[in-house]
Design a protein around this ligand. Structure first.
Ligand code: FES
Length: 511
């Protein structure tokens, strides 16, 4: 089997049973904010587009790039579609003309031409844009796992597919916290450091569980070439950002897990895997060029910034012109209020008023009352300041996921009193009846299974109150604080309180 890196989460996988193109991404994503790092435009996209299968892991625009799919991928390609609860990914793919769809099923292996394929979907509200997935392939010469951004809970099921010879996994961030927040620089620096550490910890957790001898960190970090966002690159110009790079992570990996072979996986990196033997070579960048990129990363960013302004202008040209403040308020009200009424659990979970400043317009989404209205100097718990063009674009395009469009663009500022509220960001990614009904039912059906596990001196419920990870595997306790390594949520065991977000109490007792 041969795996070629296409930049970010992009892979071209040649197997004995056919080739698979995964998550190709070239054009800047999220309102022109994110660019592929390092630049992957010079790859032979025509060749990679002519694969036998297309696999898009999820709808995030750094995995699903309509431009490259339109330009280079024949519309009759076989599409491996993850089994998601909502059909948004399928709708997006069909709207581009792809019709040859293979509906994969969770836990079911497909076998075609001697190639075994398993697409494992994750379907919780917090899984990316509601739905994230991983791809396992085995052609008899190698077994690989492309986990990209997914955070699978049932690791046993993944391992049941076969012993993983080579493991491709995310290690860097994809979030706006803390950069977009209204916080003093020193707090941003503190939280950014915690976030980077948590990301590394999670990547190591999965590396331990998957137990593959060969690890290829991929699916990040992005780069930012808009002047306004440029300081967010890497750890930030002032150490306030979260994007660990490949070389930094490989050093951390070497120190933490010296027996694991980690590789710098670039656009054009070719990995040959043959019955456990792995050889790696570079085809787009030479070893010297790669070393130079990481030795002077800010110099590389500067050079790319001057080269990529046309891409930015092209992205900006697609933004909509804002309507009047009155028309914008009326449109949001007509859209959101019916959704609020359908989702009492979400509204309860948010439990507060949220202020949105959109250009000259100030509005309040009053979740306890299920109402959107003009802001009237009320006390709010959460607030966002968003450029009017971005809101106008999402209104024009009827974008159902504002978390994974506006927020991931980092072109906004936010503030809050108190803790992170998962329900609020879930609402912002569920702006359709289908999605809001799904998450309302999902939250209703969430409960632990009544089982307890012993962790040190504590007896705690087996299932994490967040996404039901098995805490006998993912939990650790220090000074009465339980940390679940999947998303680094913390719980005070003496009181049962979740220290990371509103609600989500845990059942625990001291032995
Ligand atoms: S499952 Fe997310 S923190 Fe435990």
């Amino acid at each position: 089997m041969r795996v070629t890196g296409l930049g970010h989460a992009g892979l071209f996988i040649e197997t004995k049973g056919g080739s698979v193109l995964c998550d190709p991404w070239v054009k800047p994503a999220f309102f022109g904010s994110w660019f592929v790092f390092p630049d992957n435009r010079a790859l032979d996209w025509k060749k990679y587009g002519n694969a036998d299968y297309l696999y898009i892991s999820h709808r995030h625009r750094d995995h699903f790039d309509p431009w490259v799919l339109n330009e280079y991928v024949p519309k009759d390609i076989k599409v491996l579609l993850p089994e998601y609860p909502t059909d948004d990914l399928e709708t997006d793919l069909r709207s581009l003309g792809f019709t040859n769809i293979i509906y994969t099923r969770a836990g079911e292996i497909i076998e075609e031409n001697g190639l075994r394929i398993l697409v494992t979907p994750m379907r919780a509200p917090s899984d990316g844009p509601i739905g994230d997935s991983s791809l396992s392939l085995d052609d008899g010469t190698a077994c690989i796992l492309d986990q990209n951004d997914a955070h699978p809970l049932d690791i046993e099921a993944l391992l049941g597919f076969g012993k993983v010879d080579a493991y491709f996994t995310q290690f860097s961030g994809a979030i706006w916290w803390p950069m977009a927040y209204d916080l003093p620089l020193s707090e941003k620096q503190h939280f950014a450091k915690l976030k980077r550490e948590a990301q590394t910890k999670r990547a190591l957790f999965y590396i331990d569980k998957i137990d593959s001898p060969h690890v290829f960190p991929h699916a990040g970090p992005p780069a930012f070439y808009d002047d306004q966002l440029f300081p967010f690159n890497a750890h930030g110009q002032h150490d306030e950002s979260i994007f660990t790079d490949q070389v930094e992570f490989l050093l951390e990996l070497k120190e933490a897990r010296p027996d694991i072979n980690g590789y710098n996986f670039m656009p054009g990196t070719v990995v040959d895997i043959n019955h456990g033997e792995v050889t790696v070579s570079q085809t787009l960048y030479s070893e010297e060029e790669i070393a130079a990129i990481f030795a002077d990363k800010w110099g590389y960013f500067e050079k790319q910034r001057s080269e990529r302004q046309a891409d930015l202008a092209e992205a900006r040209a697609k933004w909509a012109t804002p309507s009047s403040p009155e028309a914008t308020l009326a449109e949001i009200k007509a859209w959101w209020e019916p959704l609020m009424k359908r989702a009492p659990l979400l509204c309860d979970g948010i439990g507060a008023m949220v202020k949105f400043t959109i250009g000259d317009l100030e509005i309040v989404a009053d979740f306890p009352k299920g109402e959107v209205r003009k802001f009237d100097d009320e006390a709010v718990r959460y607030w966002f300041d968003i450029p009017a063009e971005l809101v106008a674009t999402n209104l024009r395009d009827r974008e159902i996921d504002w978390s994974n469009s506006i927020f991931l663009s980092v072109r906004f500022t936010a503030g809050r009193i108190g803790k992170f509220n998962e329900y609020l960001y879930t609402f912002m990614k569920c702006l359709s009846e289908q999605r809001i009904d799904y998450v309302q039912n999902w939250y209703e059906s969430q409960s632990d299974d009544g089982q307890d596990v012993r962790l040190g001196d504590w007896l705690v419920q087996r299932r994490c109150p967040h996404l039901r990870a098995d805490l006998s595997q993912a939990g650790s306790v220090e000074d009465g604080i339980l940390t679940c390594s999947l998303h680094d949520w913390k719980f005070d065991l003496a009181t049962g309180r979740c220290l990371t977000t509103q609600g989500h109490e845990i059942r625990a007792s001291k032995i």
